[in-house]
Design a protein around this ligand. Structure first.
Ligand SMILES: Nc1ncnc2c1ncn2[C@@H]1O[C@H](COP(=O)(O)OP(=O)(O)OP(=O)(O)O)[C@@H](O)[C@H]1O
Ligand SMILES: [Mg+2]
Length: 459
């Protein structure tokens, strides 16, 4: 079903608001207006916006600072920046921060219309693609074939259909949000909304009204009553990201909502029922926070009915080539590059690196490599220095360094490297690892001990 695209105009000039509303309204777009940055963020949290027109000069905030917040709230949302003619600098800065395009003031109506139409079309296409993908494959965009990630898929498939709350844990960049989206798509709530809340990005004093809404006059500035994200997620899934950062007071209110399945808007007296499934994510050890008295134990158990742990990339290096190739295709297409493969050396470097920032870091490295590459292969010079010079990686070269080297140590380093890699590929099962190196299990075991590698995890 094709619905009208909705456009949010964030600009404090009434005349400009007027012109744009008429212009875009006549084209069949649904137009929302916000006079301040704060209003803009509220509309974004409550409505399903397809394109944002953002003035960089706002009374309460600089539009440039707002941009990353918008992208945080709604990744992939095209933002068209309106700038005074004189400030090309800020336009460029905005493009760098991820703006979709910019228009200098004064602008021609056709120019704005053209940009908005194109952005809205792209948004619509992305939406259809996403829907299509989610129908094709339940776990959607989560790429990987390792045993560890297969276990995650299996858990998601089994847990998704229930209403039970789910806690997703894992280091930064391991795909927690991706998992939360997959849970939603595989649940009976898939036609309902998926509402992500990046709790740490919302000022503490606004979090409660953002979550639960507020009534008119609840606090200074509450000029009208507003619904909160719980209501917005009704019959869908609410994704509470970085749940470990919320204050004790808000924890208490959250617990009440979960227990009673009812919410009360800030400043309100009546409660009404909400039907929301909650998926939370954290990259801190929440149980540790419970032990330190920073997180309510009863809330912890309510949120953690089922827990899903996203494994770090270094514990599933088999996924690195698949993921790297996946991102290569995405960024080659996005940047219209002909590049189609990594040189074998690059693939080795990628697989050997420990990726402290996990999949996000890998994704960034590949994007960068695609942009920097010339020709159709990605060479090692395009990789970030850290990846090129992993201290864990032995330097293997057929030329002897001018100062000579320690033969025994060089050979032992190389042996240790191969053994570590074989162990990683075999999930620590020595028998399998030995087979990969065509060694007998006894010889393999003896080498593991001699080289001091009995702990299968490196670093
Ligand atoms: N298995 C995967 N397949 C494809 N893309 C992935 C996978 N895991 C993560 N990504 C990509 O890596 C990036 C980070 O993922 P995501 O935002 O879900 O991580 P996160 O665990 O929520 O990170 P943080 O803790 O920093 O919020 C995203 O661009 C996501 O699309
Ligand atoms: Mg996240």
């Amino acid at each position: 079903m094709q619905t009208a695209s909705s456009i949010l105009v964030i600009d404090d000039e009434p005349v400009l608001q007027d012109v744009l509303s008429t212009l875009l309204g006549n084209e069949g777009f649904e137009v929302y207006s916000a006079m301040t940055a704060a209003q803009g963020l509220t509309v974004l949290a409550e409505e399903d916006i397809d394109v944002v027109l953002l003035d960089l000069m706002l009374p309460d905030r600089n539009g440039l600072d707002l941009l990353p917040e918008i992208t945080n709230l709604a990744p992939d949302l095209p933002v068209i920046v309106i700038t005074a003619h004189s400030s090309v600098e800020s336009a460029i800065q905005a493009m760098r921060e991820g703006a979709y395009h910019y228009v200098p003031k004064p602008f021609k109506n056709e120019v704005v219309l053209h940009l908005v139409r194109r952005a809205a079309e792209r948004r619509q296409l992305e939406r259809e693609n996403r829907l299509l993908r989610s129908r094709l494959d339940g776990v959607g965009e989560i790429v990987g074939t390792s045993r560890r990630i297969e276990e995650v898929f299996e858990l998601i498939r089994r847990a998704a259909p229930a209403r039970s709350n789910i806690l997703v844990t894992g280091e930064s960049g391991t795909g927690k949000e991706l998992a939360a989206r997959a849970i939603h798509r595989l649940s009976p709530r898939r036609e309902g909304p998926f509402v992500p809340v990046h709790t740490s990005a919302i000022p503490t004093d606004l979090l409660e009204s953002t979550l639960f809404g507020h009534v008119k006059g609840a606090f200074t500035g509450a000029v009208a009553s507003r619904k909160g994200l719980f209501e917005a997620a009704s019959e869908g899934t609410l994704f509470l990201d970085e749940v470990g950062t919320i204050t004790p007071e808000t924890q208490t209110k959250l617990l009440r909502v979960i227990q009673e399945r009812e919410i009360r808007r800030v400043g309100g007296v009546e409660s009404f029922p909400v039907d929301v499934r909650i998926v939370t994510a954290t990259n801190i050890d929440l149980l540790e926070a419970v032990h330190q008295g920073r997180f309510r134990e009863d809330l912890y158990y309510r949120l953690n009915v089922i827990s899903i742990e996203m494994p770090p990339l270094r514990e599933r290096p088999e996924d690195i080539p698949t993921l790297a190739t996946h991102f290569l295709h995405i960024y080659a297409e996005e940047n219209q590059r002909q590049v189609s493969e990594f040189t074998p050396e690059v693939m080795d470097l990628l697989t050997d690196y420990a990726w402290p920032g996990n999949v996000r870091e890998l994704e960034n490295a590949v994007e960068r490599a695609v942009v920097l590459s010339q020709g159709n292969q990605i060479g090692p010079e395009t990789l970030p220095r850290a990846v090129r010079s992993d201290p864990d990686r032995p330097r293997i070269s057929d030329s002897l360094p001018p100062g000579g080297l320690d033969f025994r140590k060089a050979v032992a380093d190389f042996q240790a490297h191969l053994i570590r890699r074989a162990l990683e590929r075999s999930d620590g099962v020595q028998r399998k690892a030995a087979r990969l190196l065509k060694l007998s299990p006894t010889t393999f075991n003896e080498m593991v001990h001699r080289l001091g590698l009995s702990d299968r995890r490196r670093s």
